[in-house]
Design a protein. Structure first.
Length: 531
């Protein structure tokens, strides 16, 4: 349920940028990203990793039959998030001018002024007041292995946010013929409106579930009776690494935010092309790239309490099985998705956002797509570390990757242009993932043999899928002007996605790979593929 809700939320997050792009263009997309990236950083810092840490904390003490300790932490966590969220709002709102000055290297090199960036940063900062405390409730329910509240509130939040965002942008740009800055400002304010909707959904869930939770609480026979100070010490020992996991992608993008324009100007690139390229990497293309990774996000959130329980109970066989399944699901679902997106990058970007600057935007998406696999792997591998009580190592792995990004990003942009920023992100995420997997193996002697074998099989099936798509592109290119017309891009994208997915799923199904990893769930494909 959580995986599907996360996927639907991210899918909606991708769909809305199509009309949003039509309304505000590449300049508006870049301006939107300039505000959202610092916001995401402050959001992660203000929550101090507590929501997911609460999930781990509650799951641990529930497995020991102590429900009171989890409830005490829940109440204390909400109070803490109210304070930290408000402080984060004040920090972002008051530092908007300073951040804008750091982000905009030269107002003459593009269409975005410092005051525009400061305005949209202030508009998005209001969401920090409510979202941190709201997320505590999600963590509490997840600790009870109840993913419904998080799933439903997540989808409702996204729908309300998107409706407000597009309505506001349409009114400003079309009805009032206003400025891009104003439209983007209201678009970023939609995060606050979506947060209110999500809070209402969670409040309804809490009212409905509270009698049952109270009954369980009254029936417990033993409590650890941990002092509040010690509760927070244990919680923060879990929470610290969660900050970094949530910050990972935003930190890579923050490096680009402060270096991309400067490096591109130094390399002699045109200001408009720089804004177009940045909008691909930070918003429009990024929305497509992270969709395959939503599977990983939902999976990591759902498996963390289960992994924690297996590790706490020292059930080594079940723990290995759960880790194997988590990694193999990423392999069989995310690898074909990112490779397919890379092969069809021109068609995907052209169909969704138009053919303007497609010679720049399409190839950038093609290079960026495989990085989505590394984002997914980092999320899951970090979740595995947290489940086996090695969460502190996430600090080391992410720091190593981030250091590589900081040191090499400008040089890579000088050498390769805009795609150098993508190479820097891929290198950083790759280093972090490699270190995480090494730590998992070293800590519990986890054998990767089965994961490697099945990933190699996935690689063979994906190679066949790619060949089929290449042949189709060559054949359709003889009579379909998909390099010149947007409708042709849509047709080619649909044909490529459907045929590529069908070929891959058929191979994975007939080889029993899907059944071995996903179990009985694949029987839904029986009516399509019959052995």
């Amino acid at each position: 349920m959580l995986t599907m809700a996360s996927f639907l939320s991210k899918f909606l997050g991708m769909i809305y940028v199509i009309p949003f792009n039509a309304l505000v263009g590449a300049t508006g997309g870049a301006l939107y990203a300039f505000a959202y990236i610092p916001y995401n950083i402050l959001l992660s810092i203000s929550t101090i990793g507590v929501p997911l840490a609460v999930s781990k904390f509650v799951s641990k003490y529930n497995s020991l039959g102590d429900y009171e300790t989890g409830r005490r932490m829940f109440k204390a966590g909400i109070a803490l998030m109210l304070v930290s969220g408000f402080l984060a709002f004040l920090a972002l709102f008051s530092s908007a001018d300073l951040l804008a000055g750091w982000i905009i290297a030269s107002e003459d090199a593009g269409n975005i002024a410092e005051e525009d960036v400061a305005f949209v940063i202030r508009m998005v900062s209001f969401a920090l007041i409510i979202i941190p405390s709201m997320s505590i409730v999600r963590g509490f329910f997840q600790g009870h292995s109840s993913m419904g509240p998080t799933a439903v509130s997540q989808v409702v939040e996204q729908i309300v946010r998107i409706v407000f965002l597009l309505t506001a942008a349409f009114i400003v740009m079309v009805v009032l013929d206003g400025a891009v800055r104003t439209a983007v400002g209201f678009a970023t304010f939609s995060a606050f409106i979506g947060g209110l909707a999500s809070m209402f959904v969670l409040w309804r869930y809490w009212r409905k579930r509270k009698p049952g939770l109270d009954k369980t609480l009254r029936q417990q026979t033993y409590s650890h009776d941990i002092p509040r100070k010690d509760l927070f010490v244990e919680l923060f020992s879990y929470a610290g690494p969660f900050i970094l996991v949530g910050l990972a992608t935003s930190l890579y993008q923050l490096v680009d935010t402060f270096t991309f324009q400067r490096a591109m100007i130094a390399a002699g690139k045109d200001g408009e092309i720089t804004e177009v390229a940045y909008s691909v990497i930070s918003l429009y293309g990024h929305k497509l790239v992270i969709i395959p990774g939503t599977i990983a996000i939902g999976l990591s959130l759902a498996t963390l309490p289960v992994l924690t329980k297996s590790f706490t109970q020292q059930n080594r066989e079940l723990l290995f099985k759960q880790i194997n399944q988590a990694l193999q699901i990423i392999a069989i679902l995310v690898i074909p998705a990112v490779v397919g997106l890379s092969v069809l990058s021109d068609q995907a970007y052209g169909a969704l956002y138009g053919l303007k600057f497609i010679e720049t935007t399409g190839p950038l998406l093609g290079w960026y797509a495989p990085v989505g696999l590394l984002f997914a792997m980092f999320t899951v591998s970090s979740s595995l570390l947290q489940g086996i009580n090695q969460q502190k190592f996430a600090v080391v792995s992410l720091s190593a990757g981030l250091l590589a990004k900081i040191l090499l990003n400008i040089q890579l942009i000088h050498m390769f242009g805009a795609k150098g920023a993508i190479f820097g992100t891929g290198l950083a995420a790759g280093i972090a993932v490699s270190l995480n997997l090494w730590r998992v193996k070293k800590s519990i002697q986890f054998p990767f043999k089965q994961v490697i074998k099945r990933t190699m099989l996935v690689g063979i099936f994906v190679a066949i899928m790619v060949i089929v798509i290449w042949i189709e592109k060559a054949v359709f290119g003889m009579f379909l002007p998909y390099d010149e017309e947007r409708w042709a891009q849509v047709v080619m994208l649909a044909v490529g996605v459907v045929s590529g997915a069908a070929v891959y799923l058929w191979l994975a199904y007939e080889s029993t790979l899907l059944e071995r990893v996903l179990g009985d769930k694949v029987r839904v494909l029986d009516k399509f593929f019959r052995r």
